[in-house]
Design a protein around this ligand. Structure first.
Ligand SMILES: *Cc1c(COP(=O)(O)O)cnc(C)c1O
Length: 437
């Protein structure tokens, strides 16, 4: 199977008439020839914007820069480029200048929940570690749009060191998620250094990388890179395919290399109006992904970042998509649909309802086809009062193998051990009156 389409051959010749065709698969050639201006896009796709349109795009670029790899550009079907899912993810739109009242520059409060440089520590046992601010391509739907192309947010080695030190002195962290920017845009040796430092921390049990490189610059997945990554197991990688058209011979080869190196692969899709807000497209995407040994992990509701208003769908569209997947296709091809709560509440899963009703001994459920069924609950389940004295319990948890943990949120309300019986919002008049007394 040839890795170049005729489209790609023509494009390579137009970009760099002196170089040989073989350069196309060289990732450094791809980044060196990344496209950052409108005229080159017009020339390569053989299209023409009107002067008004061009002025609007220029205005958008002044606020949110653009950058596309020749490879990703070559996936655009030029005859209907305005509706093309690749074009819409890669090429600036004047709609990005529409700022809605609900928009925020940092909706997930990542900068607020940051106890050390490059770190967002939101959940008890894991952190987000932003190690790179470089990307192969600037996705128009980037949730960290505020940082794209911003020179000030390039983490230097001292900043990375600070992040590493925070992880080293925080024993609760067992899972470190490298993101950015794109961690795989760092030089092999530098990433190797970060991974080696993390692995040397005894309480770090797993490392994950979030990267869009397999989608937008698959040639970056070289044998050398993969050889380095596989020294750092257990290492997981989540990538970011949004449309079945992104699964090409080249991206399949990148995924094959990663999977063959024993790296469990996941995928995080963002639900985008006009790109993939369709149950049929989504089903095709998840089915193609599992064929490439990639497990769909999350489907994200589009965040409230500035400049993304035109990409947002109602939440109902996501529920409709999940409804069309559960039961209809392989269970492990179904991602969890999440809304990343504005203000830093973290990811909240949202699902269609399957429980129709409930009594003391029966649950009434419906399945994906609409069959309504009854599950009879046990009559003689022996409720065990849990006093957290695991040593005396008949369930055999080995204590030296278990994390210390403090009940949080609803989990705490449900447990026997804590006497907390309500969670009270702090910021209301009733609580203020109580505090005044
Ligand atoms: C998404 C995210 C994580 C990882 O969450 P998982 O549900 O474990 O994948 C960790 N920290 C932050 C700040 C995140 O946004």
């Amino acid at each position: 199977m040839t890795i170049y389409s005729s489209n790609q051959q023509q494009m390579a010749a137009k970009i760099d008439p002196t170089s040989q065709r073989l350069q196309w698969k060289n990732w450094q050639w791809q980044t060196r020839h990344a496209i950052k201006d409108i005229a080159t896009v017009e020339r390569l796709l053989d299209i023409q914007f009107s002067p008004e349109k061009r002025a609007k795009i220029e205005e958008t670029i002044a606020k949110f820069p653009f950058c596309i790899t020749p490879y990703y550009l070559s996936l655009i079907e030029a005859d209907d480029y305005e509706n093309d899912p690749i074009f819409m993810q890669a090429f600036p739109s004047e709609s990005e200048l529409i700022i809605e009242e609900c928009d925020m520059s940092d909706p997930l409060a990542e900068d607020t929940d940051s106890p050390a440089a490059c770190i967002t520590h939101r959940y008890p046992d894991r952190v987000l570690f932003l190690v790179s601010n470089v990307c192969a391509m600037y996705c128009r739907h980037c949730t960290r749009k505020r940082k794209v192309g911003d020179i000030d947010s390039i983490p230097d080695k001292a900043a990375i060191r600070e992040g590493l030190d925070y992880i080293a002195r925080t024993p609760a962290i067992r899972d470190v998620l490298l993101s950015g920017g794109d961690p795989l845009m760092l030089p092999d040796a530098y990433l190797d250094w970060i991974l080696t430092e993390l692995q040397a921390i005894p309480h770090v049990e797993i490392i994950r990388i979030g990267s869009r490189v397999p989608v937008v610059l698959p040639y970056r997945i070289t044998n050398e890179l993969v050889g380095m990554l596989k020294k750092h197991h257990p290492l997981y990688l989540n990538t970011h395919f949004n449309h079945p058209r992104e699964i090409t011979a080249s991206s399949r080869e990148a995924l094959r290399k990663l999977a063959d190196a024993g790296i469990p692969l996941g995928n995080q899709t963002v639900l985008l109006a006009g790109v993939n807000d369709c149950p049929r497209i989504m089903k095709r995407l998840v089915q193609k992904l599992v064929q490439e040994r990639v497990r769909p992990y999350y489907l994200y509701q589009c965040d409230l970042s500035e400049g993304l208003a035109h990409f947002r769908t109602p939440v109902g569209k996501g529920i409709e998509i999940i409804e069309s997947l559960i039961g209809h296709t392989s269970g492990f091809a179904v991602p969890t649909y999440v809304i990343d709560a504005p203000g830093g509440g973290g990811k909240i899963p949202v699902m269609p309802n399957y429980i129709i009703s409930w009594s003391t001994n029966k649950v009434v459920l419906r399945n994906y086809e609409g069959v309504i069924s009854t599950y009879r609950e046990p009559d003689n389940y022996k409720q065990v009062y849990c006093d957290r004295n695991c040593e005396a319990c008949t369930l055999q948890l080995k204590l030296d193998d278990a994390n210390e943990s403090k009940g949080v949120g609803i989990e705490r309300l449900l447990s026997d051990y804590y006497d907390t019986y309500m969670l009270i919002p702090q910021d209301n008049e009733r609580v203020d009156r109580r505090n005044d007394e």
